[in-house]
Ligand binder design. Structure first.
Ligand SMILES: Cc1cc2nc3c(=O)[nH]c(=O)nc-3n(C[C@H](O)[C@H](O)[C@H](O)COP(=O)(O)OP(=O)(O)OC[C@H]3O[C@@H](n4cnc5c(N)ncnc54)[C@H](O)[C@@H]3O)c2cc1C
Ligand code: FES
Ligand code: FES
Length: 1106
């Protein structure tokens, strides 16, 4: 429905240029706007919910309170453009370019080898750039904090951090020591028997060649915005979108009036809660109220009793405010502030802390909230405001549970938050356990406070609040009540644990699972709190008197390790490589650490990935409709509502396929039945992405469930549900050997699955040409030949009509071997039917739903061995969970059993492998192709044998390793000399034996914290079982100007295959001036598994050239 009032003009700046939007749509995010409207594709889409940092940009705003310009990093995928009124945005393109001038951050990340596929690189650059705008010489801790919200799937963080460290004031990194001795060259290494140190280099880049950072060269805050900020617009600004209206009042009074008029409208600040909820739970709000321009919500005030912080302050600002109070006030008054600070260092990543507001955090009442448990135990009060006046409510159990009687009224807003000082004899602590230290939601989080009667250890007041253990933050009120008046001693501790386990009950099916683990955390946190407080009480002069003359319980030194938090130290590391021969020509780059050929383009955002290709004429967008049932008959498909929606062009079903619809048991589009949740049923084609996605929701499919529904390997075995015949390898006489051994151990091993989590989700652009049914397909794949072939059979056209282009892929890891062909074929059917180009970009959620991952494995072993640790017989049976179709499961099973012997020569062996068929998305190729899962079973046998023989596992490994040239189980001659040399070198260089002793010593002294150290040999044969898969070709054009064009069959997935080609070319053909590696296939190797693909290409290319 058209709006009666017109939209205001939205004014902001991007990279120094003014953007004036007359029809700003509140549903459009900055990421979409940058990529689609401004064609600034350096900012990448990966997760769309603030979790990965790939879309990081810098926002600069004038702060009305401090009257300074604030530069802060944000994740563009969560920033609605309407929130940018008066802001300046800097993207990676605004920082520097290879065409004009590179910024030092861009130069250094590329030259420090901080990019592989490069998909995360612009985000990394922007996080570092923002840090340097605020701190031109940051500390290493600041660097770590700035990058905490950025994920990289391929490079590993060492080289990325290394590039950032070159800006740091002080650094202990090995690179900083230049050619000096690094930490790894000390101790045992210094006395290395290998005597090869002179061949080894650690220098990967020349720091002195970097251009210096010159802060005066940065873009200034646009004067026009400064003028706007100094004379702020008091008028309410309104932006009408197709479905949503954004209202931004200029005064508090107007905001309160608007809240009366729109009581259901949420206040939108950081959008870090509303945004993800809209995406994953479909929450929709037709009106949004933005209080961003209301300075009253950013006020901070202090009294002698406490601190009041405006609800609009960001969590990053809250952190600074609290740090300020902690430095000014005595320790006893800042207990709550310290506890909050502890969590604020860990909560999300820097970008989210910059965006999220304190008010939004409290009001979201997430069950996993880190701050709410601490605020609740710290007696925090909420200052509410409405047109009728102000009032205060406690942030307590009832508020957190969302009870209407303890909540805000619809017309009220949270104006500020009052956090009182702690008092003498009061102790407050915060605890959280997450899968990693930053940017990970906590499994369990807690705030705890105890107040003692003056001068005693008798509990006067106790508050314990937990997050992550229910639908809301939970207060253990009953337990606390029962512990009042008790002394702070072990009987109290025992009683508290019993009460807590009773009160904070987690039912078996509690959301998030890991129930046992969470229950353990509930009591572990209290135990830590007990020790922490006890230690405080024992500090000299703390306690005036102990009532009955008893002393406090002693804390054994062994137990004290429970109190040590894992230090957030900057990781140290060094890469060692063999230096080239001193006679090697300087211009020969083979063996030298040269920068990734696209490194600089990755760092400037100028490297073009599939979805960065500009929109082509008449392009349509495709979105997929997937099954919501695991095993069901499709009884009806109703597309009528979807087809009626504006912008919807068509819905593609199996009936539209002119050729074959995949294989009989692996259909591209489901026909009569579905085999898993996430199976593709049909696809909507619409003018825009938003229209296509809306239509997906309106597609109605009715199902009739079928039996059985099989998810686990155990169920599949029970139902004899398998995808292919059993695979078996055997050598020697296993049965006889079992009769002759000293001991036999049997066991079972379960290995879970894994998501590929390539940063660039699956995406494809199909462009039909006007002549001869030709198609150009731009696709992010590891195997373009497979896409080509599948599209050909689906459309029933010859393969030669189809050209696949793969410039580069933002990570594959095996996940882009098979699935891109399915998506390419479906998109091609769409293009064929409509006659228009089709773009298909999977959301992270759809990508994870539709595509499978690593095969989970269940292995049963029986190992027979002598008391010396020598294994004489091994029998392993493995089952992998293949999902609902064959995909690569048969090959994975073969690889698994072929490689399961690992580096060990065991004369009597039997390996069985079976791929189970279950009602899950089909699992597929994944780094290692079954090897990691299989060898985990083999290595479990080794540790089981070691335990039985009372030997160290590495001794059993050594004893059973190949010693002389011998035949492997797959009858290949194997010379173990490099394996043994590598093993000895690893032990030697890592000071393995002395470190092992240190680990044992540490573990003896520390009851709670444990360390471990292991060394595992690995024999991994490169290549494929079928030698035809090793074919490759290279086409070299030498032009009359001396430049060279190389066309080869490998795909650039981040492994730097083009860089290697260039090295080969320059290394041997020194007369050539330029080498360009392009993407079009000549004849592809079977797959682009990074190592085999690179090897084959290099070999073929070398042979061809010279
Ligand atoms: C990637 C990611 C990681 C995260 N990690 C963590 C983590 O580790 N630990 C953790 O605790 N949290 C985490 N969070 C959650 C985050 O802390 C909250 O989403 C955030 O604090 C919400 O603040 P906001 O300003 O973005 O709220 P918004 O999304 O803007 O608003 C949220 C809600 O608050 C209401 N609201 C906001 N301000 C007011 C006000 N003044 N008066 C009345 N109502 C108001 C709005 O109406 C809305 O309903 C994470 C979030 C993301 C996206
Ligand atoms: S954080 Fe925006 S795409 Fe991941
Ligand atoms: S280089 Fe970081 S995700 Fe590939």
């Amino acid at each position: 429905m058209p709006h009666l009032s017109r939209s205001d003009e939205l004014v902001f700046f991007v990279n120094g240029r003014k953007v004036l939007e007359r029809n700003a749509d509140p549903e459009v995010t900055l990421l979409t706007f940058l990529r689609k409207n401004l064609r600034l594709t350096g900012t990448k889409y990966v997760c769309g919910r603030g979790g990965c940092g790939a879309c990081t940009v810098m926002v600069s705003k004038h702060d009305p309170v401090s009257r300074k310009i604030r530069h802060f990093s944000v994740t563009a995928c969560l920033v609605p453009i309407c929130s940018l009124y008066g802001a300046a945005v800097t993207t990676v393109e605004g920082v520097g370019s290879i065409k004009t001038r590179l910024h030092p951050v861009q130069e250094r990340i590329a030259k420090s080898h901080g990019t592989q596929c490069g998909f995360c690189t612009p985000g990394m650059v922007m996080s570092m750039y923002t840090l340097l705008r605020n701190h031109p010489q940051p500390s290493e801790e600041q660097l770590m904090e700035a990058l905490g919200g950025n994920l990289c799937r391929c490079t590993g963080y060492r080289p990325i951090l290394e590039s950032g460290r070159t800006f740091c004031a002080e650094s202990s990194g090995c690179q900083q020591k230049g050619r000096g001795k690094c930490c790894l060259d000390q101790g045992e290494n210094a006395a290395s028997s290998l005597g090869r140190e002179s061949d080894i280099c650690t220098e990967l880049f020349a720091k002195d060649e970097f251009q210096p950072l010159d802060p005066t060269q940065e873009l200034i805050f646009p004067p026009e915005l400064l003028r706007m900020a100094e004379n702020p617009e008091k008028r309410t600004l309104t932006f009408h979108g197709e479905r949503v209206t954004w209202i931004s009042p200029g005064t508090l009074k107007d905001l309160l009036e608007l809240k009366v008029k729109h009581p259901d409208a949420p206040l939108i600040l950081g959008n870090t809660s509303l945004g993800p909820a809209k995406k994953s739970q479909g929450h929709f709000h037709p009106v949004l109220l933005s209080p961003a321009r209301i300075s009253e919500l950013s006020m901070v005030s202090t009294t002698s009793e406490g601190l009041t912080i405006g609800a609009g302050c960001s969590l990053a600002q809250v952190k600074d405010i609290l740090a300020g109070r902690v430095s000014e006030l005595p320790e006893e008054k800042t207990q709550t502030y310290r506890a909050l600070l502890k969590h604020l260092k860990r909560l999300a990543g820097q970008q989210i802390r910059n965006m999220a507001s304190l008010g939004g955090h409290i009001m979201s009442r997430h069950c996993y909230s880190d701050l709410n448990p601490v605020l609740a135990v710290g007696n925090t009060a909420l200052n509410l405001m409405s047109k009728e006046g102000t009032r205060q409510i406690p942030l307590d159990r009832d508020f957190l549970a969302g009870l209407a009687s303890a909540d805000l009224k619809p017309e009220e807003i949270l104006e500020s938050v009052y956090i009182p000082h702690s008092q003498r004899w009061e102790f407050v602590s915060a605890f959280r356990q997450a899968q990693c230290q930053q940017n990970a939601l906590a499994d369990v989080t807690a705030g705890m406070r105890v107040l003692f009667q003056e001068g005693t250890d008798t509990i006067e007041d106790l508050s314990l609040a937990y997050g992550g253990v229910g639908d809301a933050t939970i207060s253990a009120q009953k337990s606390c009540q029962q512990l009042l008046g008790r002394r702070w001693n072990e009987p109290m501790l025992d009683e508290a644990c019993r009460l807590l386990l009773d009160e904070v009950s987690l039912p078996g099916g509690a959301p998030g699972g890991s129930v046992e683990f969470k229950r353990t955390l509930v009591v572990s946190f209290f135990f830590k709190f007990y020790l922490e407080v006890l230690q405080e009480l024992k500090k000299p002069g703390k306690l005036l008197s102990v009532p009955d003359g008893h002393h406090f319980p002693e804390i054994s030194d062994r137990f004290l390790s429970a109190l040590e938090d894992f230090p957030a130290t900057v990781p140290q590391g060094v890469q060692r490589y063999q230096s080239v021969d001193s006679h090697q020509a300087l211009q020969d780059p083979v063996g030298r650490p040269i920068m990734h050929l696209s490194g600089l383009k990755h760092a400037t955002g100028e490297a073009i990935f599939c979805d960065d290709i500009p929109t082509v004429d008449k392009e349509l967008f495709m979105a997929l409709v997937t099954s919501t049932r695991a095993h069901a008959k499709i009884t009806s498909v109703d597309l009528s509502k979807a087809l009626e929606l504006p912008g919807v062009v068509d819905v593609i079903t199996a009936e539209d396929i002119p050729g074959t619809n995949g294989a009989e048991d692996d259909k591209l589009l489901a026909v009569d039945k579905v085999l898993c949740v996430g199976q593709i049923v049909c696809a909507v084609v619409a003018e825009t992405e938003a229209q296509a996605k809306r239509a997906v929701e309106e597609t109605k499919i009715a199902y009739e469930d079928l039996e059985p529904v099989i998810f686990t390997i155990e169920d599949a075995i029970k139902h004899s549900s398998f995808l292919c015949p059993e695979k078996k390898l055997e050598q020697g006489n296993v049965e006889k050997a079992f009769e002759e051994v000293d001991q036999i151990v049997e066991g079972e091993v379960h290995v879970g699955g894994q998501e590929h989590f390539y940063m660039e989700t699956q995406r494809v652009l199909v462009i039909p040409k006007t002549e001869d049914k030709e198609l150009d397909i731009y696709v992010s794949t590891q195997d373009p030949a497979h896409v080509q072939k599948t599209v050909s059979s689906t459309l029933n056209i010859p393969i030669n009509r189809i050209t696949c282009h793969v410039k580069r892929v933002g990570g594959g890891f095996g996940g882009k071997v098979g699935r891109p062909a399915v998506l390419g074929a479906i998109a091609a059917v769409g293009a064929n039917k409509t006659g228009y180009p089709i773009r298909l970009v999977l959301d992270r959620e759809d990508d994870m739903l539709i595509t499978g991952g690593r095969h989970p494995l269940f292995g049963k072993y029986k190992v027979g061995f002598m008391n010396s640790g020598r294994i004489r017989a091994l029998d392993i049976e493995c089952f992998i969970n293949g999902g609902c179709t064959l995909d690569d499961s048969e090959l994975v099973t073969e690889f698994l059993i072929l490689k399961m012997e690992n580096a060990y020569k065991i004369h009597n062996l039997r390996f069985w492998g079976r791929a189970c068929m279950t009602n899950l998305p089909s699992n597929t190729a994944f780094r290692g192709f079954g090897f990691p899962q299989g060898t985990l079973v083999t290595e479990s046998c080794i540790t089981a044998v070691a335990a039985k023989c009372g030997l160290l596992p590495e001794k059993v490994r050594e004893k059973n390793m190949y010693k002389t040239v011998d035949k492997t189980i797959y009858k290949q001659a194997f010379n173990p000399e490099p394996l043994i040399r590598c093993w000895n070198e690893c032990l030697d260089k890592s000071s393995f034996h002395s470190r092992r002793m240190q680990v044992a010593e540490f573990n003896k002294k520390n009851y709670w914290r444990k360390r471990g150290l292991a060394v595992v040999p690995m024999k991994f044969s490169v290549g494929f079982a079928a030698t035809s898969f090793h074919q490759a070709a290279a086409l070299v054009h030498i032009y009359t100007d001396g430049s060279v064009l190389v066309t080869h069959g490998g795909n650039e997935l981040g492994q730097g295959i083009h860089t290697k080609m260039l090295q080969v070319l320059l290394g041997q053909g020194q007369g050539f001036r330029t080498a360009v590696a392009v993407e079009t296939p000549v004849r592809h190797p079977w797959s682009a598994g990074a190592a085999p693909c690179s090897l084959t290409c290099c070999r073929t290319f070398s042979a061809f050239l010279f």
